[in-house]
Design a binder for this molecule. Structure first.
Ligand code: AMP
Ligand code: MG
Length: 548
């Protein structure tokens, strides 16, 4: 979608310099800071008002429901200045009590009618019926100074009609992970929702972190998050499944009008065109994930954004050693959502989205949809090869690169080389140095692959390919430096932050956010923390689950 690319977000950010930072609002109370729910209130709304019981909600897109403030004292544990910037807010809002209340559900902005969205979804391959925002509140939409549309949502902000058996809350552990991951993905240049702030409270909730009967009281948090839209594949699936065709068409037309401006709302083929865009952009998003070893962990259709941005960060993980069978979610016994499976799952999820469009398509449009879906693999491959071409320092990508990339990944798999650091180290030596196998002492991942019996043949192919690229060493290294991060949000890094935040110490959160905001630049503080060193032994036993 047009308004959602990382490039667009960056545009929004660069307009601000220390010199003109004063054009930003210092508080959410300011009269001209215009948050509104108007566009959402046009949709069919749930007429019931009983909000803290599980119920089936027919023929509605939203239920009106206020957030429930966290009990006890609340503290703003972190803000992302970059994300605040997207909604025209000055970094100093962080010191305002009103902002903290706003960002944790304690104060509702006058322009906002908080809403919980009704959606369904396929979870682990099965239709899960009605799901919905069980612990999230859509506060409204904000159109920023550049005309970009952002939707503000709280997560962990209390019960809604969609809470099922849940308590409507989110623990610190999952909130910190989501807060950091979204901003880290953005800094990598990838399609993602954003995190503006995280507030922690004194209230506790019972969680069985590994579903093994080991119950624990955990502290809670609320994240204020932003996305171009929070509608998901599951938003459309529930309407199609329940044969609520009027509502389905209303929602689809809204999505097109607001978020896909290149598609004419009067075009009889608009749903085919919409599908085509979503196929292309979802392929791009998943290729981005693969390129850094990001594994989402819960690729249910309710976690797939129609804006093709990464949403609902839960038991995700970044690969350390390259292992295509990596499964970050300890509840995913069969590895359905392993790193390797992500493109295939993306395709299957798009098939579910196509099923949801079917009631509005003619037989010939259904045929077109099939063709469009069949193109997923090509879009994925193109995006994937473009990303990997840059990771290898080429100016352009070629279809033949697939074998070269795969050969390198196979070597990395065999030698358990670290995905992030191998590429980084590879890009920080000249080809000549690599060939002579003289590697600086502090390089710890590249030496693993140099010893592999297929490495020399890989390197000869690589040199030929560089020659064809008409490049030189300087260009090669500068492309690689902009494509290969030195720091990613490894589980152990997130874990250390979580432990600090649970103890009420928030400085580590801010430091790690700052480091991940510039993942391509070597930073002394990050080096000291070991973020570019081999993962510590204790990190091998870390597990994450859906419990959050
Ligand atoms: P997730 O796995 O976080 O994407 O959530 C799947 C579904 O369960 C969504 O409908 C969530 O809103 C709901 N859910 C997850 N955790 C809770 C909770 N603690 N309270 C209420 N609903 C929840
Ligand atoms: Mg979800």
């Amino acid at each position: 979608m047009e308004g959602s690319s990382a490039a667009m977000d960056k545009q929004d950010e660069v307009n601000i310099t220390p010199g003109n930072v004063d054009i930003l609002f210092k508080d959410v109370m300011s009269e001209d800071w215009k948050l509104s729910s108007e566009e959402f209130l046009r949709f069919p709304l749930d007429p019931e008002v009983e909000n803290d019981v599980r119920r089936n909600v027919p023929k509605s897109i939203f239920s009106v429901v206020n957030p429930t403030q966290l009990e006890g004292q609340t503290s703003l544990a972190g803000v992302s200045v970059r994300a605040l910037n997207l909604i025209d807010l000055h970094p100093s809002v962080a010191s305002s009590t009103r902002f903290r209340d706003f960002a944790s559900g304690g104060w509702v902005h006058p322009g906002s009618t908080p809403l919980a969205h009704r959606y369904g979804g396929h979870q682990f391959g099965w239709w899960a019926e009605q799901l919905g925002d069980g612990r999230a509140h859509l506060l409204g939409h904000y159109v920023n100074r550049n005309g970009s549309w952002w939707e503000l949502q709280l997560k962990g902000s209390g019960k809604t009609p969609y809470s099922r058996s849940g308590d409507g809350r989110a623990v610190i552990r999952s909130s910190v992970r989501e807060f950091l991951a979204a901003e880290a993905m953005h800094a990598l240049g990838f399609r993602t929702s954003r995190s503006a702030s995280i507030v922690v409270g004194e209230e506790l909730a019972l969680r069985d972190q590994f579903y093994n009967g080991n119950l624990k009281m955990e502290k809670l948090a609320v994240v204020l998050r932003l996305a171009p839209t929070w509608f998901r594949f599951g938003s459309l699936e529930i309407l199609a499944r329940r044969k609520e065709i009027v509502e389905l068409q209303l929602l689809l037309d809204h999505i097109i009008e607001k978020h896909f401006k290149s598609i004419a709302i009067t075009d009889p083929d608009r749903y085919v065109n919409l599908f085509s865009k979503i196929v292309e952009e979802t392929a791009e998003m998943i290729a981005q994930w693969q390129s850094v070893g990001f594994t989402h962990g819960v690729m249910n259709t309710d976690n797939m954004s129609v804006a093709s941005v990464t949403i609902d960060y839960g038991p995700f993980g970044f690969l350390d050693a390259y292992d295509p069978d990596f499964i970050p979610n300890s509840s995913d016994d069969e590895g359905m959502y392993s790193y390797r499976n992500q493109p295939k799952v993306g395709y299957n999820n798009l098939q579910r989205l196509a099923d949801a469009l079917r009631p509005l398509l003619s037989p010939s449009q259904m045929q077109q949809i099939k063709h469009v879906l069949a193109g997923f693999h090509i879009h994925f491959q193109n995006a994937y090869l473009q990303l990997f071409a840059r990771k290898l320092g080429f100016q352009n990508s070629k279809i033949e690169d697939e074998t070269l990339v795969q050969n390198l990944l196979d070597i990395m798999e065999d030698t358990k080389a670290d995905l992030t650091m191998t590429f980084w180290e590879f890009g920080n030596l000249s080809v000549e140095e690599i060939e002579s196998k003289k590697v600086p002492k502090n390089f710890w991942s590249l030496p693993k692959i140099l010893k592999h019996n297929k490495f020399d043949s890989f390197l000869s192919q690589y040199k030929l390919r560089l020659h064809e690229d008409n490049s030189n060493e300087e260009t090669r290294q500068s492309i690689m430096a902009s494509a290969n991060p030195r720091y990613v949000l490894r589980n152990w890094i997130a874990q250390q932050v979580i432990e600090k935040v649970e103890q009420g110490n928030y400085s580590e959160l801010d430091q790690v956010l700052n480091i991940l905001n510039s993942p391509f630049s070597t930073q002394p503080i990050a080096e000291k923390k070991g973020f570019a060193s081999p993962p510590p032994k204790w990190s091998k036993t870390l597990r994450v689950s859906c419990s959050s």
